[in-house]
Structure formats: C-alpha cells, structure tokens
Design a protein around this ligand. Sequence first.
Ligand code: M6R
Length: 608
Amino acid sequence: MCGIIGFTGNIDSKRILIDGLESLEYRGYDSSGVSFFNEKNKVETIKCVGKVENLKKLIDKNLSISNCGIGHTRWATHGNVSIENAHPHKSGFVNLVHNGIIENYISLKDKYDIKNTISSTDTEIAAIILNKFYTETNNDPLVSISRLSKEIKGTYAFCVIFDDRPNEIFAIRKVNPLVSTISNIGSIISSDLTALIPYSKEYYIVPEDSIIKLEQYKIKFYNINNLERINLTPCELNWSNDSTMKDGYPHYMIKEIYEQPKALENTIRPHLKNHIPDFSLENITDEFLKSIDNIQIVACGTALHAGLVACNVFSPIIKIPITAYVASEYRYSEPLITKNTLVIPISQSGETVDTIASLSLAKSYGAKILSVVNVRSSTISRESDFCIFTNAGPEIAVASTKAYTVQIATLFLLFSKIAYLKNMMTIDELINFSKTLELIPQIITDTFSSDKIIKEIAKFLKFKNDCFYIGRLQDYISSLEGALKLKEISYIHTDAYAAGELKHGTIALITQGIPVIAIDTNINISSKLLSNVEEVKAREAAIILIINEKFEYKKDLAKFVVPIKDIDYRFAVFPVSIITQLIAYYTSLEKGLDVDKPRNLAKSVTVE
Ligand code: M6R
C-alpha cells in the first residue's frame, strides 16, 4: 500500500510526480505529497489530505521550476489521515517517503531518544534516524542509508532526497517493491510499473539489500553491506501505454469487466496445444505434475475465491487433497507439507504481503511453489519455482474483475492437466473440458447483454443497507465473490451464505424487502437451492435470481431474474462473475460513489 515516485531529469519534475502519483493512486489515497528541489536548489514540500487531485490543484499554483523530486500517495497505517502524517517527512537534511511498516519504531524511538515528532508515523522516526546518521557520517548518503537499513525491522520501500544533494535520489527496499528506469527525459523510480509505462520499454527491479542512486540520466546500484557497485540487467516492459488508459470508459472497473473476453483468450490460448493444456513455456513438466499428491493454494480476497472455485471443481475429480487457505492465516500456521506438496500462491499484483509470507513459509518447509500471477517481475513470480502468468494486462480498479476470471481459467487448465496425468480424466474428457473453456470468452461477451436488467437491480439495491448472496457448492463461492465485490464498492453490508446454512441462524435477519441474491447454476442441486429461496421468500425477502436459462422455477419467485446461458455448471462461474461484477459496479454508480477507488482500500495490500 502507498505509492512512491521519484524523478530526476531535464523537465518539470512536478508534472512527472503528479502523473506518477495519479497512476499509483490505486495503492492508497488518504493523503499525498511531494518534495522537490526548486530553481535555487532549495527543497520545497507540498502535502494535502485526500486524493491526488487535491495535490494537483496545489501544485498547479506553485511556480517553482524543478527537475528533481519525490512523491507519495498514502494508505494510512500508523497515524490518522492528516497533513502532519502525510509524506514526505522531513528531518534536517532528509526528505523521505515510505511504503511499508517499521515494526520496531517504538523501540527505535527509545533507543535514539526521539521525543518531539511532528507526525504520529513510523516513517518520521526513520527520517530522524537517517538524518542523525547522515550528519554523523559527514553527509555520506550511502553509509548512512546502509546504517539505517540495519536498524529497521519490518517491510519498507524508502525514497530519499537530501537537502544538500540536488538532482540525486536514493532508495532502498525490503519486501515492498520498487522499480526504476532511465528514459529520454531522465531517471524515474516508482512502486510499480504502471508509473513507468509511459516512459520506457525497459526497467530495473531494485534488489533487496541494495541502495539505488538516481542521477539525471544514470542509475547506480550498490550492495547495501559493502557499498560496492552492482551491475543489473534491465527487464523488458511489455505492457502498452494504452492498457493503462480508460479507453473511453467512465471507469477502470467497467473497462476491465469488458476486457475479460480478450484477457481470457490471451491467457487460455498460449496454454493449449491441440486442446491439451501445455505448460512448456513455464518449464513445468508432466513428470512433475504427475508426482504431486497434495495441493495447497494460498491467496487473499478475490484471488482466494479463484482458488476456492478450482478446489471445488477439481477435488472430486483429482481425488487428492486440494485446499485453499487464507494467506494471512496460513503464514502463521504449521502446514502439513510433504515432499510432493505443491503450494500455489495466487495473486494479481504479485506483491500481497500475506501471500508472499505464505510462499516463504511453504518454501522453508520444502514445498515446491508454482504461482499464478498477473504482474510480471513481481515478488511472488520471482520467488516461485514456477510461475504461470495470467495475461490480463494491468488491472487498475481496486475491485478485482478480469484478474479473477483469468486466475480461474489458469487453474482449470493446470488442474485438468494434473487430472489427466493422474488418470482421473480421459483424453476425451480433457479435450472436451478445454474446448468448453475456449468457449468462455464468447459466453462472457453474450452475458454483457444482461446489462439492462442489472441496471434495474442496481436502482433497487441502492436504497438498501443490507444484502445477502446465497448459493451451494460453486455457487456458494460465486456468492462469496459477489458479496465481496458489492460491499467493497457500494458499501452495502453484504454477506454470503451456503444456502443450506441460513436456517442455522442467519435467517433471523431476513425481513421484508431484504435483498437476497440467489445463484443457481447446478442442476444436481437446483431444487435444494430453490427450496432455500422459498424459505427466504416466505419471510418476504426480495429475491434476485441468477439462474441457468434452462432451469425451472416458480414464475413469481423472484423480483428480478438474470438468466445465464445453459452451460456445464463447472464453468458457470464465468458468466455469473460478470453478472455479480456488473451488479456491484452499477450499484456503486447509482450511489454516486468512487467506483475505482473505494474508501479505506488500496489495490496492492503490501502491509499486514
Ligand atoms: O494482488 P492480489 O491478487 O494478491 O490481491 C488480493 C486481494 O487484495 C484482492 O483480490 C482484493 O480482495 C480485491 N480488492 C477484491 O476486489
């Protein structure tokens, strides 16, 4: 969480910093700020509470000329949302921005006898200590930063400018990411690639245990321990500038919902050879897949739901234990890992801190790690033995949409291949399964035509304070995801229940007019689900039914019905996701909320 940007070059740095912060804003938007050298080489700082647009207005009024500066957009961890707590933080020569959490900041405060601080952040403590080291070392940036890194426990990405070093930016990181590039306008550093895309086709991943120094057209890396120079090879950036634009859509979320057919095609196609899943691109051999006897998925939020879908569909087919774990729990557990356990971290960003920690734990127990990640060169992809990239392109809206469906498609390809290799699927079953998967982009395109009824549903939901999603088996997982999406961006309290569980307590909450969204896509249990719907209908709930177009149901059962194409229930999660995503989107829109940047959230959760 929090976005960091730094620029030193030959054009107005304030413009580059603001553009960068706008593209990083999805990492947090409680407050923002910049520090930059003006034409007299004096550092000026501008900060404000709220979104980057507020900072932009202040910067537009500032007439200083600047070619070097750092900026930050904050997701509050330590200290409330206020100007004092906004970054950059200053102490003496040091102007510093930070993404992460300094876990030992209280003991550091004692150790260095820090009494009077301006903010209540952990970051200011780092700025004060760094300034102390800087003055003690006769203003040596490398030695003082190296000393700081030895003092701090926790996760961080720091970017620093020193008052007496115009045009130079220094940075270090631990766990939290930093990437950097040299372009024809100068050198840039950022929390992630989205801010670099307009400037270059190459970038460096700042290694942990290194200090990076940016000069106008130079980037230098130093080993953080012995301060010797390190040479790094740049990586190729293959996302286009257009892919981070709204492309005429009013919001990133709706753009990303509509990108799903393409994203799925781009993810499925490279992994099928004659309709047989193929992972030679990733060097994943059949022998390896055949040897797996236990699969543990670790993920958070929507990515976790993608894992749950795959468990639900494939546990009964492969007949080995397949379990999806909440990463923030798994990382503190004692997982049962044997030599043939495969651990699958799933993550859009590849930077979710709990998923990274789960990966490290599993690795330390000797598990093989095969991750499913969208962002190339992200920490999770680098730390894994194998990584299958989902080709969704950049996902900017905080609410995850296209990343979810491509994660499910990837797991379907992988797990069907494992099932086949373990003789749990015949070659014909495998090919039929893949062929159905190949139809999904078109089925999703067809599902967009439900737009009209969904807009009506949104008009109805906008006045509600509470809502329930219910379903059974895969439809229960779709309920979990639908509920997460709705509460995340419409702020309507929404819970998901396995439909059969309602009578064990929750039905007490069902009163007249409460919306209950029921998902019914599995013919084997449709009658059971519909009985549960009758039960809430009897308590005067307002039923919204998402149902396979061929299923029978009582005509006056639901206030709204959204039919989905008749499809093998194992694949129904795809059209159902589109419907639940659109319900959330249009409800948020009806309520006049900030769809892409819901309150209190950030896209990449890089703190615990
Ligand atoms: O980047 P990741 O896929 O690891 O992120 C995981 C969750 O933080 C993410 O899916 C979150 O739940 C979304 N905001 C949900 O829409």
